[in-house]
Design a protein around this ligand. Structure first.
Ligand code: ZN
Length: 158
């Protein structure tokens, strides 16, 4: 994920102001939590109050704090909402649309919930990597999948 602050560090651009709101430097924290679309998403989520207490200095600090505070199921919900924020930003910038952030986030959240239900039925549970990322069953490598799980995934793909 490349934001303007990172591009400026790499001398790709000297412009760092967010092109959606024009109010702050476009960095990861801004895009995921403080820009217009993200604010809408978190306001209507179950995590708004929690995030008010979360560290705001860096995404990494916030993510580590969240890992200590909430369970994997809620982390997956937050992943979906972060993804929704990023998708809204990209739709706005690259496709010149103004998506309904709350609806898009709700759809992503439902998609993740459906996936989790589906994965539970297949006994292919999400797992956490050593770095702390959560990997959904559908993205597990073939080598780590059981033959039954792989067979079912292939069935679904066709
Ligand atoms: Zn912004």
């Amino acid at each position: 994920m490349v934001v303007k602050a990172r591009l400026a560090q790499r001398y790709v651009t000297s412009e760092t102001v967010c092109q959606i709101c024009g109010g702050e430097v476009e960095n990861i924290m801004h895009v995921f939590f403080n820009c217009n679309y993200a604010v809408d998403i978190w306001r209507y989520s179950d995590f708004g109050d929690l995030l008010n207490d979360a560290p705001a200095d860096s995404f990494l600090m916030r993510w580590r704090w969240l890992r200590e505070k909430i369970n994997n199921a809620d982390l997956l919900k937050i992943d979906a909402l972060l993804w929704a924020s990023w998708r809204c930003r990209n739709l706005h910038i690259f496709e010149h649309t103004q998506p309904n952030a709350v609806m898009l986030a709700a759809n992503y959240s439902n998609w993740v919930a459906d996936h989790m239900l589906y994965a539970a039925k297949l006994s292919c549970q999400p797992h956490r990597t050593a770095e702390g990322s959560i990997v959904l069953a559908a993205t597990k490598s073939v080598a780590s999948s059981t033959p039954e799980c792989l067979e079912r995934k292939l069935f679904v793909l066709h």
